[in-house]
Design a protein around this ligand. Sequence first.
Ligand code: NDP
Length: 793
Amino acid sequence: MSIKEIFTTMEYGSAPESTVASQQWLAQRQHTFEHYIDGQWQPSESKQYFESKNPANMQLLAKVADGSSADVDQAVKAANKAQKQWQSIGGHERAKYLYALARQIQKHSRLFSVLESLDNGKPIRESRDIDIPLVARHFYYHAGWAQLMDSEFPGFQPLGVVGQIIPWNFPLLMLAWKVAPALAMGNTVILKPAEFTSATAVLFAQICAEIDLPKGVFNLILGDGKAGQAIVEHADIAKIAFTGSTDVGRLIRKATAGSGKKLSLELGGKSAFVVFEDADLDSVVEGIIDAIWFNQGQVCCAGSRLLMQESIAEKLTAKITARMNKLVVGDSMEKGIDMGAVVDQSQLDTIKRMVALGVEEGATLHQSTCILPADGCFYPPTLLTNVEPASTVAQQEIFGPVLVAMTFRTPAEAVEVANNSRYGLAASVWSENINLALDVAPKIKAGAVWINCTNMFDASAGFGGYRESGFGREGGKEGLYEYIQESWLANLSTKTPAGKKPQAKTAATTSGTIDRTAKLYIGGKQVRPDNGYSLPVYDFAGQHIAELPDGSRKDIRNAVEAANKARGWTGSTAHNRAQVLYFIGENLSARSEEFAKRIVQLSGKSPADARAEIDLAVNRIFSSAAWADKYDGQIHSPPQRIVTLAMKEAVGNLAIVAPEEGGFLAMISTIMPAIAMGNRVIFVPSAQSALLATDFYQVLNTSDLPSGVINIITGNRDALTDTLAKHYDIDGFWYWGSAAGSKLVEFESAASMKRTWVNNGKYFDWQSTQQGEGELFLRKAVEIKNIWVPYGA
Ligand code: NDP
């Protein structure tokens, strides 16, 4: 092409990245990837391999060891052996290793970038400028947390051996998000990359060897879903961290139910990209490119649902289609391309199928006129307009370069449509009116909200979902709690603190005085149970003293409905909530004699002990009131001109099933922090304190607590637990009870991805300040949303 022609057409020339170093590296490894276990490279026990190809040209990159449960078992043994020493060398020593990893990643950054793009198909520009620098940043950032662990997390300890399973869309970045915090906090790791993309994980293992990371601290198991499953099911793994599809996440939730394994799930998304009429539309168009055509749209938090204010919809659609036609799709090694290859033929087929379905359901198809390479897995940038919010393409993740567009009229409608999704990973809000943007952002149910920007990530800010996008955070201080636990929590016993299990009441005669008829407490009213049944209540001596409603599924449904109507509590100020809690404390204190008598009657405690329990309960209420306006958010400082507001938001509707042994004190200790953080509670008291719970209504009724914030359902705990766990509109579940009950709660919660906190049949000491109140309860009562606000004129 002559210079004149170049000036006339302004076409980009070819600017390919060299693959020489990567090819040499692959040749050194004889185009064969093996497991890295206990500091050694090893073939699979089965000696089986599968092929990994470059999706841009389908050329073979390497044969990959196909991991089995025997390989996983060997890796877990090595990780277990290494863990105590890795923990005991202390934060500073671990920091030095993490720092060395960060330096080594930077020194080999181009090799990492090229390998990543060859393996995944993503543009070299993205792996070079985004993925790999962020990987190094994660190791530097977490080297810092290793250094600070002892001073910042006193009383905490690592979990032990951690199993980590990652997808193919950001192979090395997902590794860094998981490995860096786990190692920093003193855990050892078994990591399984996705079968399509093992290359950079192998290079990372090589670097671990080069920096002399102690053997067994990082172990790499290659393979497909079978290897992942073997990790999930291994008895000696203390925690599973998973990123991938919601379907597999749900399987993992069920497989780990009742095992005591800690779990974090970063799953799919269908994130809203909300554009108001006053937005800078040219910036919006560039934002859309980053939101949906970055990494070929294979991004869990891709802004795949475009919500346009009706008045600008036509103009914006025209701008998007014009810009879309200018995008260049090509080989991942070309520096001038905007989009590379989709990861695999199977993924390409899924995208084609979903788009065809969208058109069938009535959407209008706009596709870039760009020329696609003849070979390889390529798909053009695509926009679907006239999409109904309920249609398949608006609800299901496509995981490809396909944007679906809808319109809205008012900000309230924008929020409603944005939240019309089972997912809740991220959202972008575009408006030049910062007041509007900051009003809308907290109302969108998503773990990250980007204002006038999109797809921003940093090690300092936690990332993770609401709803079926999973739970747990990666990054920031909030993400570290996924890899540590309070030492007392790790050492809980299956025996009560007093050394005996709570006594079951013996059935007694129904003679004696029935002093009153207690009812359920739903929506601020005392109501009779729907089924019209009651259960007898006995005092400590086995004397029949009252009847309690036998609450059922219908009552739970009513309670959830009442809790939904009490959303105003969640939106109220922390100061207001604190005032109500203080008032509850004051009113309980005023009736302490009456409550103490009831405790004596039900538990057989001495009057002095009963008084002490009430005093401690009032004290706990005051603690929760005190925390209500102090357990507040944080501002993270990523290395851009952005402030990231880490806001603590209530989980929502929270089911609490109280411990059988903790009496009135446990009831107060669990409900109060939950409502202090803005949750609405559906509470099932223990049989022993159920009557006290019904006495407690009187206190609530006189304390200005809005109706529906606390709902109390008495009855058969196991049946009520089952109903609560299966209820779709309950967001979180705290359960203290048997190991079998804990398992049921975790298993059944998988359907709607509730945030669960269960005791696995172990006992808390509710008298202890350490175990009965404080930050642990508050942390479980909130989710962190990070709102990214760029600044600068
Ligand atoms: P998967 O959820 O199937 O895979 C994620 C990881 O889990 C991979 O390492 C996979 O192994 C492993 N895995 C698969 N089955 C099991 C199992 N039963 N137990 C334990 N681990 C298992 O996602 P895919 O890669 O198959 O992608 C499918 C869809 O998932 C995409 O179309 C997209 O919608 C979504 N997805 C979401 C991502 C996100 O970041 N939220 C990332 C990637 C995909 P292997 O793949 O090696 O067989």
